[in-house]
Write a protein of this length. Structure first.
Length: 462
């Protein structure tokens, strides 16, 4: 019952109905056209023959007409051509009919009647004829035995019925087979999805690699499941990282507060412990704010309003903001912006400013005293290229692809302050604003490359 109530079977029936109707109309048209042609040909032959006999009668008289009819009866089978010439009282003069057809029906000037064959056990033949009144009150009937035409008509009608019946039967059989095949693939897909729903997240939809719609759907579902699995693993890792990274500052915070409760401490020592606790709390708030910022940027359901911004102006503001910090470490902090270029882009000012501050803050933080930090902004092939390079500790090659993960910190940066969320936020902003981001290890140092598109309309994901 499930098979016959399925949408695929209903669609197969609909297609069968449309196809069968088309076949029926096509065969019916062929049937009517063929029969109409044969009947018209028969009528035309009879009319031409009557006209010819009437002309012979007018030119040569009754005896000549009788001779012509007798000659024609001798040439052809009796059952093919029908002739009958009678006087005014319809007494037979010549012909192959035994009497005037009293049972004939007259329609549009044409006579239709039955003719008994020589074998009484056989069925009667149908005759189509036309009567003509000659001068002198003579009556002439000329007709044809249309038994073969009737047989042809019946044969074509039977072929029509058989063809339509076979179309329906084969269509139903094809619909049944097609529906079973489709339902089989749907059932495998349904079983796999139910297994995954029950908790077996490593289960995948089986593929037959036929490259049909169902195989493509199975591939898409498997890719979606792989992505979901990666996200689940990422969530687990982030949870573990949060628990690991927050455990130490929370422990220090608790320890400081516990120590501050000691009655034997003097006022200065207690104030110092409270200040330490406040610093730890600020660090925790900073961490959570960074997580919230990343979540906000990655939330594509929120619309970001794009405006025309000057990349060079934003970069100059960030440079001025961090120049004193680099100067405190005796670092060479160099900014070079290509002249006579309008660096206008379509972007979001605050997110872009935040990403640039994170990158420059990292460069200053991981570059030693007396180091060199260089920022270059230029135009290349209708694109704006921003390169930030330093001669700091850099990132090991094996960690290049992982530094954008939340809370990830390479071995050479664990001793420095930070949350491990800066580059995660930068990557999220670049993805949202369609900025190409890449890292290259300089040994020593690191080069960060950002590629911006020029100001032009484009659709941004919500």
């Amino acid at each position: 019952m499930k098979l016959f109530s399925s949408n695929s079977f209903k669609l197969a029936l609909l297609y069968l109905l449309i196809f069968s109707s088309s076949v029926f109309l096509l065969i019916s048209y062929f049937y009517q056209s063929t029969l109409g042609f044969l009947e018209a040909e028969t009528d035309t032959t009879i009319e031409i023959e009557i006209q010819g006999l009437a002309e012979q009668y007018q030119k040569r008289g009754l005896n000549e007409l009788i001779d012509i009819i007798q000659q024609r009866l001798k040439r052809g089978p009796v059952t093919q051509s029908i002739y009958l010439l009678t006087d005014s009282e319809k007494k037979i003069i010549v012909g192959n009919l035994s009497a005037w057809p009293e049972n004939a029906t007259l329609k549009n000037g044409w006579l239709n009647f039955s003719l008994q064959t020589q074998n009484p056990n056989l069925e009667q033949h149908q005759v189509r004829a036309k009567q003509f009144r000659l001068l002198g009150n003579y009556y002439l009937i000329v007709g044809r035995d249309i038994h073969e035409l009737a047989e042809t008509k019946q044969l074509m009608f039977d072929a029509l019925l058989w063809g339509l019946s076979l179309t329906l039967i084969l269509g139903l059989l094809g619909g049944y087979i097609l529906t079973r095949k489709i339902l089989g693939k749907v059932a495998r897909l349904d079983d796999s999805c139910r297994t995954i729903i029950e908790g077996q997240l490593t289960k995948r939809v089986p593929r037959d690699f036929s490259n049909d719609e169902f195989d493509s759907l199975a591939e898409t579902i498997n890719l979606m499941l792989d992505k979901i699995n990666q996200l689940m693993i990422g969530i687990t890792q982030v949870t573990d990282n949060i628990a690991h990274d927050l455990r130490t500052p929370l422990s220090r915070l608790k320890q400081s507060l516990d120590s501050a409760l000691n009655d034997q401490l003097d006022k200065d020592a207690r104030q110092q412990l409270i200040a330490t606790s406040m610093d730890e709390a600020d660090n925790l708030i900073t961490t959570f704010n960074a997580l919230l910022n990343i979540a906000y940027v990655e939330n594509t359901d929120k619309q970001i309003e794009l405006t025309e911004v000057d990349l060079a102006l934003i970069l100059g503001d960030v440079y001025e903001l961090y120049y004193p910090l680099a100067e405190n470490k005796n670092q060479q902090f160099i900014l070079h912006i290509q002249e006579n270029i309008s660096f206008l882009i379509l972007s979001e000012h605050n997110l872009l400013f935040q990403a640039l501050t994170n990158l420059i803050d990292n460069a200053i933080k991981f570059t030693p005293d007396n180091g060199i930090i260089t920022i270059k902004l230029s135009q290349q092939n209708n694109q704006f290229i921003l390169i930030l390079s330093d001669n700091g500790c850099g990132i090991p090659e094996e960690d290049i692809d992982r530094v954008f993960n939340r809370f990830f910190r390479s071995d050479n940066s664990r001793t420095l302050p930070g949350t491990g969320l800066g580059l995660s936020l930068v990557a999220a902003v670049c993805k949202r604003l369609h900025i190409q981001l890449s890292l290259e290890n300089l040994n020593p140092g690191l080069k960060v490359k950002l590629v911006f598109s020029e100001l032009k309309p484009f659709n941004l994901e919500k």
